[in-house]
Design a protein around this ligand. Structure first.
Ligand code: GN1
Ligand code: MG
Length: 353
């Protein structure tokens, strides 16, 4: 760590490191020093993000666009090293540094509709800031990341080539997952539909990726590694997946999974306030589908990982990814039940549904 800090021009003697955040992919630390402010240090997981240079190139493009067209828009980007690089590589590990945004905090769970509204507004504002930017210029930092057909194919592959023991044990569960295929078919239609635009999409809109100020107003979005061209259903859908239920994907007691309908309105209001001008009428009709799409994709990803012996997400206990996967299937069932309420919220906004 000493060498890493040196590369950014910091005196390691003055700094104290403590773990920060709850992400599954990278390791993150808060770097504190008397008088010079705080920083965030992150070790990039290069088995997931194989080309950190591609992330940095994307950040440069976003920064250039903002500087020219939205100079007041705040996006926390990595600090450059003493030699002007966006990250350091030492002994095969990749590190980068950010300023800690002063007077900011993040939430690990969405606990009020107001938080949901603020977060949705921030994610909507992010995509809207790039509505005149050609999203296709961005590198695909994880190819096929939110391509549901690809996730389905990975699941099918795991059914044939995954752990023999787990395949045998979980046959009934596997059948349950296969029932969601119509969600994949709808996605195939979207992919061939010219009314669906490739926007600049964040692809990880959980509440902890928003910084809030002391008044609990949203300040900015963070965690920009998965910013890529994509469909709006990824961002809106992941908010449905992660804000609506009081119990999250880690919950083992599925009776705690439920849908808080007042959060539906808060998310839609915040997101569409910024995004309705950027979306076609056709796209807006897929707001409900966005939740089905993201919940089902996450269920498939967890189940696939379980069958592959937890290679991607890791497991903190036996059957961890199986529990997460079944949790998401339960969430999907609950979500599907509130379709009428969802559609009446859309109608109250005067939006097609
Ligand atoms: C991963 O690392 P984290 O928690 O921000 C994953 C997301 C999943 C999420 C599920 C690059 O995000 O796609 O939705 O776990 N990110 C990547 O908790 O795979
Ligand atoms: Mg993330």
């Amino acid at each position: 760590m000493q060498e890493v800090l040196h590369s950014f021009g910091f005196d390691p003697e003055q700094f104290e490191l403590s773990p920060l955040g709850s992400g599954l992919i990278h390791q993150t630390w808060l770097v504190k020093a008397g008088g010079v402010g705080s920083y965030v240090l992150q070790e990039v997981n290069t088995s997931v993000f194989k080309k950190p240079g591609d992330i940095a190139a994307n950040m440069d493009l976003l920064e250039q666009h903002l500087r020219e067209f939205h100079p007041a828009y705040f996006l926390p980007l990595p600090i450059k090293t003493l030699t002007g690089k966006p990250f350091v590589q030492l002994k095969g590990e990749t590190f980068r540094m950010f300023h800690f945004v002063r007077n900011s905090h993040a939430f690990t769970r969405c606990e009020t509709p107001q938080q949901a509204y603020e977060a949705a507004r921030q994610f909507g504002n992010f995509t809207a800031a790039f509505s005149h930017f050609n999203a296709e210029k961005l590198n695909l930092t994880i190819p096929g990341f939110h391509d549901l057909s690809h996730r389905w194919a990975q699941f099918q592959y795991a059914i044939k080539n995954g752990s023999k023991e787990r395949l045998k044990k979980n046959q009934n569960d596997i059948d349950l997952f296969s029932k969601g295929y119509s969600i994949v078919e709808t996605f195939e239609l979207i992919k061939s539909d010219k009314d669906f635009k490739q926007h600049v999409i964040h692809h990880d809109t959980k509440i902890s990726n928003i910084l809030f100020d002391d008044m609990d107003k949203g300040i900015c979005v963070i965690d920009l590694d998965t910013v890529m061209p994509g469909y709006f259903i990824s961002d809106l859908g992941d908010m449905m997946r992660t804000y609506l239920s009081p119990a999250d994907e880690e919950e083992k007691d599925f009776s705690k999974i439920s849908i808080r309908t007042e959060y539906v309105e808060a998310i839609l209001k915040g997101y569409l306030e910024k995004m309705s001008v950027c979306l076609s009428e056709k796209e807006i009709r897929y707001c409900f589908y966005s939740g089905e799409f993201m919940i089902y994709m996450q269920a498939l990803r967890f189940m696939t990982d379980h069958l592959n012996n937890d290679q991607y997400y890791g497991a903190r206990y036996e059957n961890h990814n199986l529990v997460r996967a079944l949790n998401q299937i339960c969430l999907l069932e609950q979500y599907r039940k509130i379709k009428p309420e969802f559609q009446s919220v859309m109608a109250s906004f005067g939006s097609p549904s």
